[in-house]
Write a protein that binds this ligand. Structure first.
Ligand code: PHE
Length: 427
């Protein structure tokens, strides 16, 4: 059996070497290789090196933990899954190259990645054209899944995240004057800034200054000086951890003491390592919190720590959930051709992941995922609140000292209980 599979893949390999790669735009994924038995090849592309290296590394760790568990339990439909990983060096052009290689040379049946929305946007059209389902664990820009019906995600999207942070700042912290500092090279940053502004101003807040930078910049002083002159109460910086650390340090150097606030792009073990004390009292929104008492989170954190000797961040959790959802879909499909696998992924409903319940909607985004608001205190992140669209307004109202509710979600302060029940606030 093993030999047969080997001979078959060697035969196909020589076909490829002879210059007959599977034509793009047809069946895609050369499912014949894998449907013949043997290993199921899944591709992963990510930023294992470069400016957002921890995004790719954590995601990879989460994916490998999940796939090794699946394989240890016998694999999927009696076949093992093998992950082929390509490093895109945190660059969009390389992301496109990586995906092209995984599809045309490796004949993967599906692709996991990327984290940064710009990198997912560069790769998604290639997956779509080749009918190879792509699942991004953590790209939050709405346009990513709009590329087509083969593109899925496991995380919430930026309109939701921007609204949540704007609500938190205006309603909880009563801050009404904000400045925004945007990375104009990043689809994530420009999108999130826009969604944040929409809710912030709808809530009666004012954007008193708007400045921009480009990925790769290291001096933010002129932008920060202009922001300082506008005297905001908070600075919203929807960027990635590397830049955030530098921006915080330079802001403090300029004598600015306002909190910075941002989105999930801050999430990295390097954030506080880089920014240090300059980040005390700053806030960001995230997909999960490592101290969440939910059993799925506790089990995951324990297994991850045992294997990697470090605490998992949100990227690891989303990478793990993505790989598990994909494995389940392959199992349900019973085959691995692109259209069958696409349909099976689209039918993902009620999957209890580490990052919450995953129900994919018709637009291939999960519906109703919860969001955590974190504050950096004493060099660590502390959970300040959970936005849970599934916690009914009634449940929230029943809790002691709840925070405000919004049209789309209930925000409850939390300490140590599951968010869905509505919780007591003890900060
Ligand atoms: N949401 C970010 C993006 O779309 C990526 C990200 C997700 C970063 C989760 C950190 C944590 O670009």
């Amino acid at each position: 059996m093993r030999n047969k599979a080997l001979i078959l893949s060697t035969a196909i390999l020589s076909l490829v070497l002879m210059g007959c790669p599977p034509k793009t735009g047809e069946t895609g994924g050369a499912a014949a290789t894998t449907d013949a038995g043997g290993e199921i090849l899944v591709g992963e592309f990510g930023s294992l090196t470069g400016s957002e290296a921890t995004f790719g590394q954590s995601t990879h760790n989460g994916i490998m933990l999940a796939i090794d568990e699946v394989n240890a339990a016998g694999g999927v439909n009696n076949r093992k899954i093998r992950v082929l990983t390509e490093d895109d060096q945190s660059k969009a052009e390389e992301a496109a190259n990586a995906v092209t290689k995984l599809i045309s040379q490796n004949n993967v049946v599906s692709i996991l990645g990327e984290v940064a929305s710009s990198n997912s946007l560069a790769a998604a059209p290639i997956c779509q054209q080749n009918k190879v389902p792509m699942i991004t664990p953590s790209s939050t820009n709405p346009r990513v899944t709009e590329v087509g019906d083969y593109i899925f995600r496991m995380c919430f999207i930026d309109p939701y995240q921007g609204e949540a942070m704007a609500n938190y700042l205006t309603k909880e912290l009563k801050l009404k004057r904000a400045a925004i500092l945007i990375d104009v090279k990043s689809d994530y940053s420009t999108g999130l800034a826009q969604y944040f502004e929409r809710t912030f101003t709808a809530n009666g807040g004012q954007i008193v200054g708007k400045q921009s930078y480009s990925k790769g910049d290291s001096d933010f002083r002129s932008q920060l000086t202009a922001i300082k002159a506008a005297n905001p109460q908070v600075i919203f910086v929807p960027g990635y951890y590397n830049d955030i650390g530098q921006i915080a340090i330079q802001a403090r150097d300029l004598g600015m003491s306002q909190p910075l606030a941002g989105g999930d792009g801050w999430e990295s073990p390097k954030l506080i390592e880089i920014g240090g004390k300059a980040l005390e009292g700053c806030f960001y929104s995230n997909h999960y919190h490592v101290d969440d008492p939910a059993p799925a989170v506790r089990t995951f954190v324990q297994k991850y720590q045992e294997r990697y000797g470090a605490k998992p961040d949100a990227l690891a959790a989303l990478g793990y959930d993505s790989a598990k959802v994909l494995a389940e879909a392959i199992k349900r499909a019973g085959k691995t051709d692109g259209p069958a696998l696409r349909d099976a992924i689209a039918q993902t409903k009620g999957y209890l992941g580490v990052t919450g319940l995953i129900n994919l909607g018709p637009d291939r985004n999960p519906v109703g995922k919860k969001l955590a608001i974190l504050e950096i205190r004493n060099g660590q992140t502390a959970l300040k609140g959970i936005v849970d669209p599934n916690a009914s307004a009634g449940a929230a109202a029943g809790a002691t000292d709840t925070t405000g509710t919004t049209a789309s979600a209930a925000t409850t302060g939390t300490t140590g209980s599951t968010p869905t029940t509505g919780t007591t606030r003890t900060q």
